[in-house]
Design a protein around this ligand. Structure first.
Ligand SMILES: Cc1ncc(COP(=O)(O)O)c(C=O)c1O
Length: 399
C-alpha cells in the first residue's frame, strides 16, 4: 500500500518502544516470580485515578443516558467552571466563550496548529520538548524549528533566542511551562519578553500549560493568560489529564482569542464532532470542593516525591541540573552513570537499567538533539515506596 509522505516523515516515538520492552520484561519477571518486579518510572501520567465524585458523575451520565453529541466547543457549564477556576486559582479573567473543550491537550494542539499554520510556516520550540509537538506542526504542513536550551535558561527559550531565530516564515512559538521532559517553567519575565517579541512580529504564542496545575513554586505557577494583551495572540492549551488525573478520559481545553473561536468551532465539528460527552459531564465534578481538596492533597504528594527523588538521584550519580518546579519529571544528567556502567549514551543506559535493575525509564532522544544523548527522564508519578526502592536499586547499581 502506498503511504502518504506525511506518514513517512513521522519520526518513531521512542518512549513507546522503551515502554513496550519494559512491559514485556515486566511480564517475564512476573511469570518467573521475581522478587524484584519492574518499577515503571517511564510513564508520563499520574498514578492516581479520578476522585470519587468524578467517577460518580460519569456513572450518572451513562445511567441517565446523557450520552448524545454536545456542541463542538463543549458544554457551557464546563466552560463556565473552567472560567471560574482561572479566576479563583490564577486570578485571571478568562470568559467562558473563549474556552474550547477538546479531546485532551492533543486535540487542542492539533486544532490550534491546523487553524494557525500554513504550509511552510515555521514554529519555534525549545529543545528538549514534548515530541508530539513537532508532529502536530508537521501534520499542518508547518516546520518545527528546535532551538537548543541550557540549564541556565531552565531548558526554556529566551527572548533573545526567539528574536534571533525569527525569520520571514516564522509564524509563532510553542512552549510548555512547566515542561515535559524537564518539569521546569519559564521565568515569568522571560515569558513576558518572548510575548513582546512575538507580538511585535504579528505572530502567535502557543503555551502548553497542561502541567500548570501541578506547580510547586509560587514564583512560576502563573498562567500566561495573565500577560497584558494575552487575549489577542496567546493560545493556552490545557487538559484534564495531569492535575485532574483523567488521562484516558481524553478531555482537555484551550483558551483562544475571540477571533479564533468560530474557526475552531468549525474545524472541531468537522474533525471530532465533539469531545466525549460522558467525560465532559464527569469533569463538572472536578471543580467540587471535595475534588479540589483531593487534587491539592495529591499535588502535595507529587511535591514530596520530587523532594525525595531528585536528591536521591543526585546521590546515586544522576544529578538533575535544574530542580523541577512542576509536573512529575526529573531530567537527569546521565554522563557519569554511563561512564560507570560502560555504556555509550542514555538510550543504551535505559536498556541496561531495565535489564540489570528492573527499572523502566525514558531516554532523552525523543525530546530533541540538544545534549539529549546524555539525559534521561525519570517520572515520579509512582508511589513513594516504589521511588524509594528505585533509588536503592540505582544506588546499588551505580555504586
Ligand atoms: C507537554 C504535554 N502536552 C500535551 C500532552 C498530551 O496530553 P493529553 O492527554 O491531554 O492529550 C502531554 C502528555 O503527556 C504532555 O506531556
Amino acid at each position: 500500500m502506498r503511504l502518504s509522505g506525511r506518514a513517512g516523515r513521522a519520526t518513531p516515538f521512542y518512549v513507546m518502544e522503551v515502554a513496550k520492552a519494559a512491559a514485556a520484561r515486566a511480564a517475564e519477571l512476573a511469570r518467573a516470580g521475581s522478587d524484584k518486579p519492574m518499577i515503571f518510572l517511564n510513564v508520563g501520567e499520574p498514578d492516581f485515578t479520578a476522585p470519587p465524585l468524578v467517577q460518580e458523575a460519569a456513572a450518572r451520565a451513562v445511567r441517565d443516558g446523557v450520552t448524545q453529541y454536545t456542541p463542538a466547543l463543549g458544554i457551557m457549564p464546563l466552560r463556565e467552571h473552567i472560567s471560574r477556576w482561572y479566576a479563583e486559582r490564577f486570578g485571571v479573567d478568562v470568559p467562558a466563550r473563549r474556552i474550547v473543550i477538546t479531546a485532551g491537550a492533543s486535540a487542542a494542539l492539533q486544532l490550534a496548529c491546523l487553524a494557525l499554520i500554513d504550509a511552510g510556516d515555521e514554529i519555534l520550540m525549545p529543545d528538549p520538548s514534548y515530541p508530539c509537538n513537532r508532529q502536530f506542526v508537521s501534520a499542518a504542513e508547518g516546520r518545527a524549528v528546535l532551538l537548543p536550551t541550557t540549564a541556565a535558561d531552565r531548558y526554556q527559550l529566551s527572548a533573545d533566542q526567539v528574536e534571533a531565530a525569527w525569520g520571514p516564515d516564522t509564524r509563532g512559538v510553542l512552549l510548555a511551562s512547566p515542561s515535559n521532559p524537564t518539569g521546569t517553567s519559564i521565568a515569568p519575565q522571560e515569558l513576558r519578553r518572548i510575548h513582546e517579541v512575538v507580538r511585535e512580529r504579528g505572530g502567535v504564542l502557543l503555551l502548553d500549560e497542561i502541567y500548570l496545575g501541578l506547580s510547586y513554586d509560587e514564583a512560576f505557577g502563573q498562567s500566561a493568560l495573565a500577560l497584558p494583551g494575552a487575549q489577542d495572540d496567546i493560545v493556552s492549551i490545557n487538559s484534564f489529564s495531569k492535575y485532574f488525573h483523567m488521562t484516558g478520559w481524553r478531555l482537555g481545553w484551550m483558551v483562544v482569542p475571540d477571533a479564533l473561536v468560530p474557526v475552531i468551532d468549525q474545524l472541531a465539528a468537522h474533525l471530532f464532532i465533539c469531545p466525549s460527552t460522558v467525560a465532559q459531564h464527569a469533569a463538572l465534578a472536578c471543580f467540587e470542593p471535595d475534588s479540589i481538596a483531593e487534587y491539592e492533597r495529591r499535588r502535595g504528594a507529587f511535591k514530596a516525591r520530587r523532594d525525595f527523588f531528585v536528591p536521591a538521584l543526585a546521590a546515586a550519580g544522576l544529578p538533575v541540573p535544574v530542580m523541577p518546579d512542576g509536573a512529575f519529571y526529573a531530567w537527569a544528567d546521565c554522563s557519569e552513570a554511563c561512564r560507570r556502567l560502560g555504556v555509550a549514551d542514555s538510550w543504551e543506559l535505559s536498556f541496561t537499567l531495565m535489564e540489570q535493575a528492573n527499572l523502566a525509564v525514558t531516554p532523552g532522544r525523543d525530546f530533541g538533539d540538544a545534549g539529549t544523548a546524555q539525559r534521561i527522564r525519570f517520572s515520579t508519578a509512582n508511589s513513594m515506596a516504589q521511588l524509594q526502592e528505585a533509588a536503592a536499586r540505582l544506588a546499588a547499581l551505580l555504586a
